[in-house]
Write a protein that binds this ligand. Structure first.
Ligand code: NAD
Length: 369
């Protein structure tokens, strides 16, 4: 079976880290794990330079047709002044919206070898392995009305609308329960039901689905503010955290800091399951941006991008064992002491982007031999 991937490297360090993902794909193919067919296209600032849009209709069509999209990063100071609708991020938002990618999965894993890179104490983060599941296409970022109006007395008033429907909550909760069943079987649902109606509906809907279909999974609820506190106090108490778009945005960044470096964090955004093919539209991307400060210098850490590829193998291609092997290869390379600059101790020797990619691929070949 051949898996079809659309590669969208984007801007800044995007193409540099994508090259290491492609290297990994070639190795997986050579080892005989699976066969991949890749296409590539432009997104973000480079698409604007070539076509005056953040993503072309042709690239969107390819994304729709692919089994999965692998995305690097977009943006940079060069495009700070371009029009709002064609700014680099518009390409990513269009992909999320048109592909219906409502479930954003961000694992926060703290490799023992990197526990000292976190701002928290080693014992709090060492061996951490949790997932934050954020609803990505609803809530206050999209609800209408969304406006700034001038009142009769000249004052201004801004309105954003937090809105969720039962099906929107149900489908993200379903992903959370399914994920938990493959992990440590625990879901923590988070909202602000003490002060928000959307939080009341969120809690009730998650409870109803739990009772009807997922009673075997342990479910608990935590208010979003308390959960923020618990995340830095004792994060290992969690397995899968499911929350809305706004709280997920913030809590996933808090979780990011637990692991030490932005260059380490992969993510997956999934759409609804097609009833016939059982496939989901999916986009995989590192959490970090285009890092203009280090772009072109060969310094970027490719692990977030390679980790995103591992998630793609697991969630889109059903290659769970290959995904495990790839993640293990990364852990082994880190345990051997190799570091890119962002995760190296001050003054310690560091390797570059290709050096890290080569080390992971060599280790992968060794484990899968
Ligand atoms: P950033 O994530 O690009 O960089 C933040 C810091 O982390 C920088 O010091 C950078 O050098 C470092 N860093 C990031 N990734 C790294 C890696 N793989 N290896 C080593 N170090 C790494 O965030 P920023 O500086 O706020 O934004 C830069 C540009 O990226 C902006 O134009 C922003 O809009 C864009 N951005 C894009 C995305 C995306 O494409 N999904 C996400 C965030 C920011």
């Amino acid at each position: 079976m051949t898996h079809k991937l659309l590669l969208l490297p984007g801007d800044g360090i995007g193409p540099e880290v994508m090259a290491e993902a492609e290297k990994t794909l070639r190795a997986l193919k050579e080892i005989g794990i699976a066969s991949f067919e890749t296409e590539r296209d432009l997104v973000g600032g480079c698409a604007y330079d070539a076509h005056k849009v953040a993503i072309t209709e042709d690239a969107m069509r390819r994304a729709e047709e692919a089994d999965a999209v692998l995305f690097g990063a977009v943006g940079g100071p060069k495009w700070d002044k371009v029009g709002y609708d064609v700014r680099p991020e518009a390409g990513l938002l269009r992909l999320r919206k048109d592909l219906g990618l409502f479930a954003n999965i961000r694992p926060a894993i703290c490799y023992p070898a990197l526990a000292d890179a976190s701002s928290l104490k080693r014992e709090v983060v060492e061996g951490l392995d949790i997932v934050i599941l954020r609803e990505l296409t609803g809530g206050v970022y999209f609800g209408e009305p969304k406006e700034i109006v001038t009142l009769e007395n000249g004052d201004k008033r801004a309105v954003d609308t937090q809105v969720y429907t039962t099906p929107e909550i149900e489908r993200i909760a379903r992903v959370a329960f399914e994920l938990a069943r493959k992990r440590r079987n625990k879901v923590t649902s988070s909202d602000k039901r003490n002060v928000m109606k959307s939080g009341v509906l969120w809690t009730n809907t998650v409870n109803a689905l739990h009772q009807a279909e997922y009673a075997d999974v342990k479910l608990e609820h935590q208010l979003a503010d308390a959960l923020g506190m618990q995340l830095v106090r004792w994060p290992k108490q969690f397995d899968v955290i499911v929350t809305d778009n706004l709280f997920g945005d913030m809590l996933s960044d808090v979780a990011a800091m637990l692991t030490g470096s932005l260059g380490m964090l992969p993510s997956a955004s999934l759409g609804a399951e097609d009833k016939k093919s059982k496939k989901r539209k999916a986009l995989y991307e590192p959490v970090h941006g285009s890092a203009p400060d280090i772009a072109g210098k060969g310094l970027a850490n490719p692990i977030a991008m390679i980790g995103s590829l591992a998630m793609c193998l697991r969630y889109s291609f059903g290659l769970g064992e290959a995904a495990d092997a790839l993640e293990k290869a990364v852990a082994n390379v880190l345990a051997s002491g190799l570091r890119t600059k962002d995760i190296a101790a001050p003054g310690a020797n560091a390797i570059g982007t290709t050096g890290m990619g080569d080390a992971v691929v060599t280790e992968l070949r060794r484990t899968l031999k």
